[in-house]
Design a binder for this molecule. Structure first.
Ligand SMILES: *Cc1c(COP(=O)(O)O)cnc(C)c1O
Length: 368
């Protein structure tokens, strides 16, 4: 059997009838593009995000590209971001002809370090993209202060963190814009590709809406070069079934993290930490060990899945070679990339399975 990293089918099983009904209703309606399901999920998510206007798009990558373009980022601009993220964060910047400028991460949550942003700012800098990596909120208060002092826009990449919060502030309500992904393995999933942008105000949301439909407000007059990037009705209907479940799923993820700690996992590996006052939702459960690759191989042999995420940080990726970064430039991100390992984390994990994982990690570590 083994213990999987995630278990999407188990997560969806209790909702199967609701999903079937939601999908059938869309089929019966004959409306597949920009109909009531998309406007419905936009309104539902907006309610969860302090009333911020929301716009559904085709995926989380397009959400970033479109949000950046709507905020005026283009060729020649620079955008400061973290090297320790999924590639799409930096790719979106480069897609627009702008340059991603990497600043190292802080050691607690592995999110963009606010103390290192200022030194990266030039007259070309337009925006900052903090990523709430693994579901841990980035240190937004300090990032927003630096942004305000320097006239920069902030885009929260919240693809891994729906429902997370920093004190009173929900992730997705703090920046000028925030982007989400409904990729099926995210903590707020869909049943295919999907994404969403939450905007600071109606004007920005309007621009995003226009960009997702070929740069047109009325489908007849074309005002700018945009995209065909829409969340579709079937996807939106499924996501509406999942939305009421997300907080419960997040709570169970937090419970699993607490179990890992109680069961003594910290005797074998470095556990993920939470900055004071944050609500971490453990999209991934990342532990660290100096012999990470060996640990992974031993766990997999023992039928416990363990996966390396972001083993090559963005500043060392071939695609960004021309930017001239070198090994050693981002020591904290490089250390996470070298030692970080995702262990099983999903809402259906049981206490027994957690104990099995901890025992397997103990056995593996004793053999390293
Ligand atoms: C998944 C992810 C994205 C991209 O989302 P897609 O829907 O797969 O395009 C962007 N940023 C981060 C941090 C992600 O985890």
């Amino acid at each position: 059997m083994g213990i999987p990293l995630m278990d999407i089918r188990a997560q969806y099983a209790p909702l199967r009838e609701q999903l079937d009904a939601a999908i059938a209703a869309v089929l019966d309606s004959g409306r597949f593009i920009l109909g009531p399901q998309v406007s419905g999920i936009e309104a539902d998510v907006s309610t969860r995000l302090a009333g911020r206007p929301c716009v559904g798009v085709a995926n989380g990558t397009d959400a970033l590209v479109i949000a950046l373009q709507a905020l005026g980022v283009g060729p020649g601009d620079e955008v400061i971001t973290t090297p320790y993220t999924f590639y799409a964060t930096a790719e979106a910047v480069a897609r627009l002809g702008a340059t991603p400028v990497f600043a190292d991460v802080e050691p607690v949550g592995a999110c963009l370090d606010p103390a290192l942003i200022e030194e990266r700012i030039t007259e070309r800098t337009k925006a900052i993209i903090p990523v709430h990596i693994f579901g841990h909120p980035a240190p937004m208060t300090d990032i927003l202060t630096t942004a305000a002092e320097n006239g920069l826009q902030v885009i929260e990449d919240a693809a891994q963190a729906f429902g997370a919060a920093d004190g009173e502030w929900a992730v997705g309500t703090m920046g000028d814009a925030a982007t989400f992904s409904f990729f099926p393995t995210k903590n707020f999933p869909g049943i295919g590709d999907g994404g969403l942008v939450a905007a600071r105000d109606a004007d920005l949301a309007h621009r995003i809406r226009r960009l997702r439909f070929h740069g047109s407000d009325d489908k007849a007059t074309f005002l700018e070069v945009g995209y065909n990037s829409r969340l579709d009705e079937l996807q939106a209907a499924a996501i509406r079934v999942f939305l009421p479940e997300v907080d419960g799923w997040n709570d169970r993820r937090r419970q699993v993290a607490a179990w890992y700690r109680e069961a003594g996992l910290g005797q074998h590996v470095t556990l993920p930490e939470e900055r004071g006052g944050v609500h971490h939702i453990y999209h991934l459960y990342m532990v660290r060990h100096p012999e990470r690759d060996r640990l992974r191989d031993l766990l997999v042999e023992d039928d416990v899945s363990a996966v390396v995420y972001y083993g090559i940080p963005m500043h060392l990726q071939p695609v960004f070679g021309h930017l001239g970064y070198a090994q050693g430039d981002m020591p904290v991100a490089e250390e996470w990339a070298r030692t970080g390992l995702a262990l099983p984390m999903h809402p259906n994990l049981t206490r027994e399975q957690v104990d099995e994982v901890v025992a397997a990690v103990g056995r593996a570590v004793s053999r390293i």
